[in-house]
Design a protein around this ligand. Structure first.
Ligand code: CA
Length: 433
C-alpha cells in the first residue's frame, strides 16, 4: 500500500470526474488526493560499494527496459509474461506532462464538495443502491462495511464504473519508472502490475487505468489490488474493472483491513462555542466525544451527542478554518483516509453516505470569500514564516502539519484564532512585518 503517486493524482479520470485536481486543500494533512493505498516512497539512490553516490549514465528507454526485465525476472515474473506486457510499449509523453504539472491554483474545499455531491452523482448513487441491493447486503454481512460508504467511494472513484481510465497500466508505469518524478514508486508498482498479469486475473490489454496507474472501478493501484482485491462474484477472477460485485467487495475488504468499525459513524458536523481554542482542531489531537462536549462542542443542530458515542475518540476538523463548518471525525474517517489520504475526500465520502440516506446539506456556510492561496502564495507564506522564525518545515508549497503548526504560532503571536488555516489576509499581514 502506498500513498502518493502523483500529487494531483490526475487520478486522472477520477479527479476529472470530481471536477479537478484538488491537490492541496489547505484543510488536509497531506492533502493530495491519491490512488487508494498509496504511501510515500523515497527515491532510491544508487550507492557504490563505498557508499558514495554513483553517477547514473544516461540511458534510453530500450536500455532501461532491458535492465528492468532482468529485475522483473529475478522477482519472479515469467519471461513470456514480461515480453507480452512490454510488446510495442514506448513511453507516453502525455503522462510525463501530467506528472510534471504542478497547478498554480487549487479548488476550494466547498467547490470540491459541491462537485463530489452533485445532484447527478447522488441520484446515480441512489439508483446503484437499489440496483445492487442484494450484492451490497451480502458485502455488508461479509465485511461489515456500510453500503452507503461503499457506494459513495464507488461514485467518487470512478463515477460508478463510468470513468476508470483506459490507459495501459504497464505503459503508464513504465513511463513513470523511466522518467517520472518518483521513479522508485512507479518501479515498485510496475512489478506489482506484472504480478497481476502473472496471476492471470486479467489479460494484458485489459490491465488499464488512469495515467498514474490507478485501476478499475475502485481505482486501486497495483499493490493495493494485489493485497486487497477479492473475487466476490465467484468466477475465479478478481475483476475490479467489469464486475461491480468484485469492485465493491474489494473496497469493503480494503476498508475492513484499514480497521473499519462496523456500525460506527464516520463523524458529524458540530457547533463550537464562542471563544473556542481553535488550536485544538488538529489531526494529532484526539479527545473523547464526552471531552469535546465538556469543551462546549455540540451537534450542529444543537442536540447533545448520543451517549453511545461518549467514549469514542474524535478529532476536530475545520476544513476551511474557523470561519467555516466544523466536524468531529472518528476512527472510520481515518479508515477512509487510508483509502485516499485527503481529508476533503474522506469528508465527501462521509457526507455523501449520509445524503444517500436522506440527510440534508450541512448547517454552517463556507467562507467563500477566503479563496485558497495559489501555489506561489503558499510558497511565499512558507518563506516568510521561515524568515520570521515560525518553522514551517521547508518551502514546498504544500500546507502540511508543520506549516499549519507554524501558522498557528504566527496567529497566536498576533492574537488571532489559531486555526492553522492559511489566508490571503494572513499573508498580507506577514508582508507588512
Ligand atoms: Ca470475479
Amino acid at each position: 500500500m502506498f500513498r502518493t503517486l502523483m500529487r494531483c493524482r490526475s487520478r486522472g479520470h477520477r479527479l476529472s470526474s470530481v471536477g479537478a485536481c484538488l491537490m492541496l486543500l489547505a484543510a488536509c494533512a497531506n492533502s493530495s488526493p491519491e490512488a487508494p493505498g498509496q504511501q510515500p516512497v523515497s527515491p532510491t539512490i544508487p550507492l557504490s560499494a563505498t557508499g558514495s553516490i554513483a553517477p547514473t549514465p544516461p540511458i534510453d528507454f530500450a536500455g532501461w527496459r532491458n535492465q528492468f526485465r532482468q529485475e522483473a525476472l529475478a522477482a519472479g515474473i515469467p519471461a513470456d509474461v514480461f515480453d507480452r506486457a512490454f510488446a510495442g510499449i514506448e513511453p507516453d509523453p502525455a503522462i510525463i506532462r501530467a506528472d510534471q504539472s504542478q497547478p498554480e491554483f487549487t479548488r476550494p474545499v466547498w467547490e470540491y464538495l459541491e462537485s463530489a455531491l452533485s445532484p447527478q452523482r447522488l441520484a446515480a448513487g441512489r439508483r446503484m443502491l437499489a440496483q445492487h441491493a442484494d450484492i451490497l447486503s451480502r458485502i455488508e454481512q461479509r465485511y461489515g462495511v456500510d453500503r452507503h460508504i461503499l457506494v459513495a467511494i464507488w461514485g467518487l472513484e470512478s463515477n460508478f464504473g463510468n470513468n476508470m481510465g483506459d490507459r495501459l497500466v504497464v505503459r503508464s508505469l513504465a513511463t513513470l519508472a523511466f522518467e517520472g518524478r518518483r521513479p522508485a514508486f512507479a518501479h515498485t508498482q510496475l512489478i506489482e502490475a506484472l504480478d497481476i498479469l502473472r496471476r492471470g486475473d486479467v489479460a494484458t490489454k485489459e490491465l488499464v487505468g488512469s495515467w498514474a496507474g490507478a485501476m478499475g472501478q475502485t481505482q486501486f493501484i497495483p499493490s493495493t489490488y494485489n493485497s486487497f482485491a477479492v473475487d466476490f462474484d465467484g468466477d475465479g477472477r478478481r475483476d475490479i474493472w467489469a464486475s461491480a460485485a468484485d469492485a465493491l467487495a474489494s473496497a469493503a475488504n480494503y476498508l475492513r483491513e484499514s480497521k473499519w468499525q462496523t456500525g460506527h459513524r464516520w463523524g458529524m458536523e458540530v457547533r463550537l462555542p464562542e471563544s473556542f481554542d481553535y488550536a485544538l482542531a488538529d489531526m494529532s489531537t484526539r479527545k473523547t466525544v464526552a471531552e469535546w462536549e465538556r469543551l462546549g462542542v455540540s451537534e450542529a443542530l444543537g442536540d447533545a451527542f448520543t451517549t453511545s458515542l461518549s467514549a469514542n475518540p474524535a478529532t476536530l476538523l475545520l476544513p476551511a478554518g474557523h470561519k467555516g463548518p466544523a466536524f468531529l471525525i472518528m476512527n472510520n474517517f481515518r479508515s477512509i483516509l487510508r483509502y485516499n489520504n485527503s481529508s476533503s475526500y474522506a469528508l465527501a465520502i462521509g457526507l455523501m453516505s449520509e445524503r444517500l440516506q436522506g440527510a440534508g446539506e450541512i448547517q454552517a456556510s463556507w467562507p467563500t470569500n477566503d479563496a485558497p492561496l495559489s501555489r506561489s502564495e503558499r510558497m511565499e507564506l512558507q518563506e516568510r514564516l521561515e524568515a520570521g522564525g515560525f518553522e514551517p518545515g521547508g518551502v514546498d508549497g504544500i500546507i502540511g502539519a508543520n506549516t499549519r503548526q507554524a501558522i498557528r504560532r504566527l496567529q497566536q503571536s498576533l492574537g488571532l484564532p489559531a486555526d492553522g488555516y492559511p489566508t490571503v489576509e494572513l499573508l498580507k499581514t506577514l508582508r507588512q512585518n
